[in-house]
Design a protein around this ligand. Sequence first.
Ligand code: GDP
Ligand code: MN
Length: 377
Amino acid sequence: MVKLAEWRGKEIFRQYGMPLPRGRVVRSAAEAASAVAAGSVPLPCVVKAQVLAGGRGKGGAVRFASTPAEAEAATGAILGLEFKGERVREVLLEEKLPIARELYLSVALDRSLRLPIVMASARGGVEIESVDDAQILRVPVHPFVGLTGYERRRIATTLGLVGPAVRSLDTVLTALWQIFEREDAELVEINPLAVVGDGLTALDAKVIIEDDASFRHPQYAEVRDDRTPLEEIAREKEIAFVQLDGNIGVIANGAGLTMATLDVLQQFGGRPGVFLDLGGTDDPKKVTEAFLLMAKARPAAVFLNIFGGVTRCDTVALGLVEAMKQVPPAERFPLVARIRGNNEDEGIAILRSAGVTSLHELKESVQAAVAAAGGRP
Ligand code: GDP
Ligand code: MN
């Protein structure tokens, strides 16, 4: 999932002819001042934090300015923000348009229908989750056909548009659909889509690109702002690795067992800091690589919870023992292991030869991991 910042979404919008406010992205207050002075952002203007989280309007991350000095000050203030845990590094400045009404329009993949679905509502500008279901029109779109004329008219009626605004909606819908299809998007959302004068303008842009299609869109490869450097390396090596804010490293296999292990650790007072899902690997080298990556995250302790199936216990043990030899002494961490299942006895013997005891029960092993990380047992 590649989630694009608003300004990147709008760059795509522009390529497809979506009506947009004039604007520019800046990275400092001084740059904001010169953008306004040069006239590339008309006044009054809107100053918007370029973070991936939503709800910026309510959260003080969207401000207004009517003089160059105000634009500079607002940009400076927003650049100093940490919005929902995200540092603001970029700010979008745009002309402030007189909004008559705020609408909602999006296209997303509906997995239960197995079709793209266009959603439209006259209640825009608020989170769509908070809008009454009856006020949202859902139009499944056959990918071979695209949006038909009568579907477009239904959407126009739902949005309460007449006259020239209907032609403007046609432009918007065509762009929306083409972006979804040609850019392999999971979601293209405009909220709000504003009625300005007798036309429409996209004031916000949320675009999520489908990961599995990223080979067709190398231009999005540079957009990885939401991954940590270690997650980035893991991704290149095709290792499922996620950093959280606790201090215990969790290595398990399979999404279900990995998630359950995080939950049980939490339940016993532990704080998972990073997790790694070995999946169904049968290559000890791959296991070694994954462990070394875990070591780089500098966990206070690591809890290994393996249920051997396709991934055999001895494969994991071999990979682990090899990795332990390679971790520099300064970066070693206490390891609590629990390996059960396929080739369990062989795995336990390999671990024992390296001085690691495999615990049998989930509860005792989780408690040992929490204690090893310095938390309460
Ligand atoms: P979000 O809250 O993170 O989704 O940020 P939005 O881009 O949707 O902006 C939040 C709100 O700011 C919008 O719903 C509008 O009410 C307001 N806003 C954004 N751009 C403009 C603009 O050009 N003119 C005016 N008047 N209001 C704007
Ligand atoms: Mn919005």
